[in-house]
Design a protein around this ligand. Structure first.
Ligand SMILES: NC(=O)C1=CN([C@@H]2O[C@H](COP(=O)(O)OP(=O)(O)OC[C@H]3O[C@@H](n4cnc5c(N)ncnc54)[C@H](O)[C@@H]3O)[C@@H](O)[C@H]2O)C=CC1
Ligand SMILES: O=C(O)[C@@H]1CCC=N1
Length: 258
């Protein structure tokens, strides 16, 4: 049984612990300085600790703390070459991490959907052990990318859920404005986003072909699509993704200058 530790059980770390608890295949140690954060996950993991040294005993150590404290925590962990450090911090490069640990370094940009086993995760690293991939595949899908693509992955799949929540809410609110009950509108909008995403993952057709498949001749969808295509919504969504990517780059510069 692989021993995993998760250091930092805030929004992202707790999502990871919850996701791993769904199958219970691994020994999971949750570590945080905040006892309340540990209390929230205590029933979902093998043990909880406020002590970094205990968390450092795992085979695979996930560092899920804020970027500005990642480097010093990694240094304090004092991991050995037999261990793997998985760093989730946006913008903290492998060079910065490798200078502070003997462990094999893997960078991961996960997202909150790890909690339900639906994470979209992007990983980079020179050596990515099968055990690391197996752990990550328990909480979702992982794709390997080059490290220099981490900033854009941070924007696309790390920040992505927030963008989707925003768009989903816009669809819901339009339904509510036209008379749908808010709870029913939320279920209809959320299930529609989920179903559409599932279709894209499973179907060989392109998104343009799928749009075509929804647009019945002289029907309703084409009217809505005409409004979208005449708008600047595509450019606005791209600008949001690029803004997040640029912030990830800035974080990298801030951390490397420390
Ligand atoms: N929130 C998200 O959706 C995502 C976050 N990330 C990354 O995950 C990391 C954490 O982000 P969040 O979970 O959003 O932050 P958060 O603020 O919710 O959680 C951070 C946790 O770290 C704990 N912590 C602080 N110092 C510590 C220490 N010395 N030892 C142990 N635990 C300590 C805090 O008590 C807190 O529970 C960041 O690096 C972020 O870039 C990556 C992808 C998605
Ligand atoms: O907003 C952030 O900085 C983190 C990284 C990706 C998602 N949340």
């Amino acid at each position: 049984m692989v021993h995993v530790s998760v250091i930092g059980c805030g929004n992202m770390g707790s999502a990871l612990v919850r996701g791993l608890a769904r199958n219970g295949t691994h020994t999971v140690t949750a570590c945080d300085v905040d006892p309340q954060a540990l209390e929230a996950v205590s029933e979902l993991c093998s043990n909880t600790t406020t002590d970094l040294e205990t968390a450092a005993e795992a085979d695979i150590v996930f560092s899920v703390v804020k970027p500005d404290i990642t480097a010093s925590i990694v240094e304090d962990l004092d991991l050995s070459a037999e261990q793997t450090l998985v760093s989730i911090a946006a913008g903290v490069s492998t060079d910065v991490l490798e200078a502070r640990t003997d462990a094999t370094v893997v960078r991961l940009m996960p997202n909150l959907a790890a909690e339900s086993g639906n994470m979209a995760g992007a990983i980079s690293g020179e050596t990515i052990d099968d055990d690391v991939v197996a752990v990550l595949e328990e909480v979702g899908i992982v794709v390997e990318i080059d490290e220099d693509q981490m900033d854009i992955a941070t924007a696309v799949n790390g920040s992505g859920p927030a963008f989707v929540f925003y768009l989903l809410n816009a669809v819901k609110q339009a339904g509510v404005s036209s008379g749908l009950d808010p709870e029913k509108a939320e279920v209809l909008a959320a299930q529609t986003f989920k179903g559409a995403a599932e279709t894209v993952l499973r179907d060989d057709r392109s998104t343009d072909e799928l749009i075509e498949a929804v647009c019945s001749p002289k029907g309703t969808t084409i009217e809505g699509m005409n409004v979208l295509r005449e708008s600047t919504v595509e450019e606005t969504v791209e600008a949001a993704v690029i803004a997040a990517e640029e912030r990830s780059r800035e974080l990298a510069e801030e951390v490397s200058n420390e």
